[in-house]
Design a protein around this ligand. Structure first.
Ligand SMILES: [Zn+2]
Length: 304
């Protein structure tokens, strides 16, 4: 009996040992299998695009309106900041064609140096506010170069195709006729009767620029604006800032003859500081001087 019980015990122990061993082997094998089982490779995320240069925002081009003869009055806006600085060339057409070239050179400069416009500012350039007057002298629409301009200045290119002096057609002390040097010039049938002036007015009322500079020639001076009131402190500050940087005279009033319907004076009347910047001659651009003046305005509006 004892030997049978011992045998049974041995068998039981043996069976248990076999089961334990089998289980151990099973676990080891399945574990190894688990380790060796190739895991599914997760789909690789799409590689991020490699950006080597910051994206450069080109200017926003707009057509503000059409001239009497249907030519485009265009604007180019650089930067997206809220405070807008506007620069206008050519209001006196082909007589002051150098101001149009200055404006186009400024557009080129901004295209080449987009970092020139601080992030809180934007710059709008309207290169030619009187394209019919420019066409009359230069014989080209849009962009032109000095080589396209015939020698000698031609005063007839000063007016638009209605023979109106556009810088007498704005709504500050407007009269049907204005004075230019010792001549009487047409100022249109009403303020903003001319499509060129109406285009600039529409731009101003929609965009509400912080400041507007009109380039003219040839007096070598920067004039403040006002409409039957003293120029504001801000206007006087920016007159000095531009003039000192550019090396032009800073003048608070134009007193050589009475001026009615002036664009900058209309801007002053609606609370927008504006400057008349007169280049020194009718055929020089004075690029470095005006770039310095523009930089002075940027510094002023960046910090105010
Ligand atoms: Zn002028």
């Amino acid at each position: 009996m004892e030997s049978i019980s011992n045998k049974k015990l041995v068998i039981v122990v043996f069976v248990i040992a076999v089961l334990v061993t089998a289980m151990f082997v099973f676990l080891v094998v399945t574990n190894v299998k688990k380790v060796k089982t190739p895991q599914p490779v997760p789909a690789a995320p799409a590689p991020a695009p490699v950006v080597t240069t910051p994206k450069i925002q080109g200017p926003v081009h707009r057509v503000l309106g059409l001239s009497v003869q249907g030519r485009q009055i265009e604007s180019y806006t650089f930067g997206t900041g809220k405070t807008q600085l506007a620069f206008v060339g050519g209001i006196h057409g082909g007589y002051e064609w150098n101001t149009v070239i200055l404006a186009y050179d400024f557009i080129d400069y901004l295209n080449q140096h987009p970092e020139f416009v601080p992030k809180d500012l934007s710059i709008v350039v309207i290169p030619d506010a009187n394209p019919d007057g420019v066409f009359k002298i230069v014989g080209k629409e849009g962009r032109f170069s000095v080589a396209d301009v015939p020698a000698g200045s031609n005063t007839t290119g000063r007016l638009n195709a209605d023979k109106v002096d556009l810088n007498r057609n704005y709504d500050c002390d407007w009269k049907p006729t204005g004075t230019w040097q010792n001549e009487t010039v047409s100022a249109g049938t009403a303020p903003f009767s001319e499509p060129e002036s109406a285009s600039i007015k529409k731009f101003v009322l929609e965009s509400k620029p912080a400041v507007v500079v009109f380039w003219h020639s040839q007096a070598g001076a920067v004039y403040s604006s006002n409409c039957d009131a003293a120029a504001t402190a801000e206007t006087l500050d920016i007159t000095k800032a531009y003039a000192n940087a550019a090396g032009y005279q800073a003048l608070t009033t134009f007193d050589q003859y009475e001026v009615s319907g002036d664009a900058t004076d209309w801007l002053a009347s609606i609370g927008i500081p504006a400057l008349t910047v007169e280049l020194k001659t009718h055929n020089t651009i004075e690029w470095d001087q005006n770039l310095a003046g523009i930089k002075a305005l940027i510094r002023y509006y960046e910090n105010n």
